[in-house]
Design a protein around this ligand. Structure first.
Ligand code: KIV
Length: 283
């Protein structure tokens, strides 16, 4: 498929049983590489607050941060569908504020859809945004923007009341017009029930193999963010180690005068240089 992937294509993948891979991207180069590799869905996640900006949660991320990073990702994504996170408090205060922030991610950032956290309580907001022609991805289970209310990064939906509520939330998002739902840190079996219940795709992170797709934070899967490794992440590369060893080699070669060599240097006609130095006034 040479053209840009649409939410219709994403939904069709579920119908045909084709699993949906999604990764986060926060900059042009990563988006370009993931896009070239064939990733159909790129998420400009507010996880950028932690892995790019160095905060200890997603709470400080602003809509300006999201617009800025979304622009870069969209420039790198020739084919992938780009979904951008509405950050903390950019959609909870009122539906009007939610609409105008969702519009900013599309108009200024160039995103193709937006993602927000929450279920039944946020369903009418989802309905309003979708009604304006902006596709919405939901996010249930561990919702990092509510980290203080959830008292930490724990699995969600293990007890009956939470599991029942999550199924209700998922149905409410589908009814409100969401085109997909992220399930984060949810027991595999519950994620399987939700995936069967919904006609829209579920994209899991720490939610097992029964989801219709899988998302990974790119810094985790590339081994770039080494301070913390969530249980649900798998390292497909060790770029953090590669970076450290590259920096060390650079330090050594600079100190030992091994870099740069002629190959990395610019030549000049020695005659021209001789005439320049010969004509220099003495100091
Ligand atoms: O912000 C993010 O990276 C996310 C994923 C964990 C799904 O929301």
């Amino acid at each position: 498929m040479g053209r840009q992937i649409t939410v219709r294509d994403i939904r069709a993948m579920k119908q045909s049983g084709e699993k949906i891979p999604m990764v986060t991207a926060y900059d042009y180069t990563t988006a370009y590489q993931a896009d070239q590799a064939g990733i159909p869905l790129l998420l400009v996640g507010d996880s950028l607050g932690m892995v790019v900006l160095g905060y200890d949660s997603t709470i400080p991320v602003t809509i300006e941060d999201m617009v800025h990073h979304t622009k870069a990702v969209v420039r790198g994504a020739k084919r992938a569908h780009v979904v951008s996170d509405l950050p903390f408090m950019s959609y909870q205060v009122s539906e009007e504020i939610a609409l105008s922030n969702a519009a900013r991610l599309l108009q200024e950032g160039g995103a193709h859809s937006v993602k927000l956290e929450g279920g039944e309580r946020i369903a009418s907001t989802v309905d309003r945004i979708v009604g304006c022609g902006i596709p919405v991805m939901g996010h249930l289970g561990l919702t990092p923007q509510s980290i203080h209310g959830l008292s930490g990064y724990h699995a969600q939906g293990r007890v009956a009341q939470e599991a029942t509520q999550m199924i209700r939330d998922a149905r409410a998002l589908e009814d409100a017009g969401a085109y997909a739902v992220v399930l984060e840190l949810v027991p595999d079996s519950l994620a399987g029930v939700i995936s069967r219940e919904l006609s829209i795709p579920t994209i899991g992170i720490g939610a097992g193999a029964l989801c219709d797709g899988q998302v990974q934070v790119v810094h985790d899967m590339l081994g770039l963010y080494t301070q913390f490794m969530p249980k649900h992440a798998k390292r497909f590369a060790h770029l953090g180690d590669d970076m450290t060893s590259a920096f060390r080699s650079f330090i050594d070669e600079v100190k030992e005068g091994l870099f740069p060599t002629e190959k990395e240097s610019v030549e000049m006609d020695p005659e021209v240089l001789r005439s320049v130095t010969a004509s220099l006034p003495s100091r």
